[in-house]
Design a protein around this ligand. Structure first.
Ligand SMILES: C[S@@+](CC[C@H](N)C(=O)[O-])C[C@H]1O[C@@H](n2cnc3c(N)ncnc32)[C@H](O)[C@@H]1O
Length: 219
């Protein structure tokens, strides 16, 4: 699916995510999770303004980030947010990519590349796989990109009335969370779901967290 018109302005998205306290509440939630990662290679697919990937980049010394989105203006917003957070530009690669084919990237200069399989320690995504033409396929391709033992963190739209309303507004047609767990399980992951708490309002209204660890054994 093409990106809805609603996403054409990364500035508006960035402004409201900050103003409404969404970004800081997601950041609080991420800080409550512990990860056993050393200098991880991170992918933030459908990065928006980059706050998921940039959180982990700032958190783990020696880490590096590949941030992708269908809309180049969001990649520029991600780089601007990185600069604001004084994160070294050298640690970030950005690329235009459709979540339907998450490994196929085009740089902002128009150069194409393919992300090799089994190369990421952590993939973070949020409210994006519902834009894929085939969501189960997109999830399986993301799992392929993980190293054995790697983690996929999905800050997914939840199934509460508010979550459904916002999904509808943003033309976000996702599979159910149960189906998503099944797809990830079938792809060789152990999946846990964590609801956001009251401390994570307002993000709690619309998001839930799904963490999938890829089997450490090669399949
Ligand atoms: C709801 S925002 C999510 C941003 C961020 N990941 C988060 O958790 O808040 C959706 C993002 O997905 C991007 N997007 C929409 N359709 C896409 C597609 N088919 N492939 C890749 N990115 C897409 C939009 O440009 C937007 O930046």
């Amino acid at each position: 699916m093409i990106s809805p018109k609603l996403y054409r302005s990364s500035r508006t998205y960035d402004f409201f995510m900050k103003l409404l306290g969404y970004e800081s509440s997601i950041d609080r939630f991420l800080r409550s999770l512990s990860f056993d990662l050393q200098a991880p290679r991170i992918l933030d697919a459908g990065c928006g303004t980059g706050f998921l990937g940039l959180h982990f980049l700032a958190r783990f010394p020696g880490s590096s980030l590949v941030a992708t989105d269908l809309e180049p203006n969001f990649l520029e917003a991600t780089l601007a947010n990185a600069e604001r957070r004084r994160i070294d530009r050298e640690r970030i690669q950005v690329g235009i990519a459709n979540i339907s084919e998450p490994a196929t990237l085009t740089s902002l200069d128009g150069e194409s590349c393919t992300l090799p399989a089994s190369t990421f320690d952590l993939i973070c995504i949020g409210a994006v796989v519902g834009y894929a033409s085939d969501t189960p396929s997109a999830l399986r391709q993301l799992v392929d990109l993980l190293k054995p033992g790697g983690l996929l963190l999905n800050l997914e739209m939840n199934e509460s009335p508010t979550g459904r309303l916002v999904s509808h507004r943003y033309h976000y047609a996702n599979i159910s969370l149960g189906q998503m767990r099944q797809v990830l399980g079938d792809a060789g992951c152990t999946v846990t779901t964590t609801k956001l708490g009251l401390r994570h309002l307002p993000a709690k209204f619309t998001r839930t967290a799904m963490l999938a660890r890829k089997s450490a054994e090669r399949r």
